[in-house]
Design a protein around this ligand. Structure first.
Ligand SMILES: *[C@@H]1O[C@H](CO)[C@@H](O)[C@H](O)[C@H]1NC(C)=O
Ligand SMILES: *[C@@H]1O[C@H](CO)[C@@H](O)[C@H](O)[C@H]1NC(C)=O
Ligand SMILES: *[C@@H]1O[C@H](CO)[C@@H](O)[C@H](O)[C@H]1NC(C)=O
Ligand SMILES: CC(=O)N[C@H]1CO[C@H](CO)[C@@H](O)[C@@H]1O
Length: 238
């Protein structure tokens, strides 16, 4: 949300690859998903940039997110859980009109997951946590800005952002930012060559750090696999 702001470069080519949905996600499924995105966008097929825009507006208020989250809940309902699970893979999302190349498909999947993640967290944060997050949004872009478009620098900027979130706002906001950062690294997959197999099922933030209510119990059972905030301390800051 913060570090990648400047790195949001889209490479668009006017080439549409042949649609090759896999055996689980049919042409009809892809059409349904396209229709749902259009419905959420007042009837027009959205542009990729419109879909990711909410994440790059650094606004930590419930007023800002409430309508976005309502719209996302509708989108999820329209597509349906089963279709989300089987169709939100890179190979299938390439078949959607707004993400005809692999880079774009990764961005669509990451943004799909990031809006859910943001909505789950922000709407539950206390006023204090929101205030702290707002302060971060004001200070961190300058404090942790990437010095170049190289992957290493972008990664360092992201780590700096996450570190600051933990240090200044505590565990919940820290974990929220850590998850956001991991998904946001997918937006720069053209420079970082990451997010190789992101999908709705293979969501990279599941069990990443545990503080949200719905994963608390599970996280306790998986302490050994979750990353502790302290590990952020071992990373070098730019
Ligand atoms: C289709 O679904 C089956 C059962 O869930 C799964 O084993 C298979 O890997 C899926 N195929 C693709 C191409 O994802
Ligand atoms: C955040 O969004 C709300 C609702 O759209 C708006 O009223 C407010 O001015 C925004 N705040 C910032 C800091 O952008
Ligand atoms: C990082 O280390 C410093 C000093 O050792 C400590 O005060 C701070 O709480 C640590 N931050 C995290 C996120 O653990
Ligand atoms: C976004 C992010 O968290 N990037 C990296 C921060 O540093 C650790 C340790 O080097 C990496 O594993 C993360 O991917």
């Amino acid at each position: 949300m913060m570090g990648t702001k400047i790195a949001l470069i889209f490479f668009f080519f006017a080439c549409f690859e042949a649609i090759n949905a896999d055996e689980n996600c049919t042409q009809e499924d892809l059409q349904k998903i396209t229709d749902c995105y259009s419905e959420a966008n007042n009837g027009d097929v959205p542009f990729l940039t419109e879909i990711v825009a909410p994440m790059f507006t650094l606004n930590a208020t419930k007023d800002y997110w409430m309508p976005i989250c309502e719209s996302k809940t509708k989108l999820n309902g329209c597509i349906g859980k089963e279709r989300i699970q089987k169709c939100f893979t890179i190979q299938n999302v390439i078949g959607l009109p707004f993400s005809p190349i692999e880079t774009a498909a990764k961005i669509i999947i990451a943004s799909f997951l990031e809006i859910d993640h943001t909505c789950e967290s922000i709407l539950k944060f206390s006023e204090e946590e929101l205030k702290c997050l707002s302060n971060l949004y004001e200070t961190v872009p300058e404090l942790c800005k990437s010095t170049s478009f190289e992957c290493e620098d972008i990664n360092a900027a992201m780590n700096c952002t996450v570190q600051n979130a933990y240090d200044q706002c505590g565990k919940s906001v820290g974990c929220f930012n850590q998850k956001s950062a991991v998904l946001q690294m997918c937006y720069v997959n053209i420079v970082c060559e990451n997010c190789i197999d992101i999908s709705a099922v293979n969501n990279p933030i599941i069990h990443l750090c545990g503080d949200s209510d719905e994963t608390k119990v599970e996280e306790k059972l998986e302490v050994t696999t979750s990353e502790s905030p302290d590990s952020m301390n071992t990373t070098t800051m730019a």
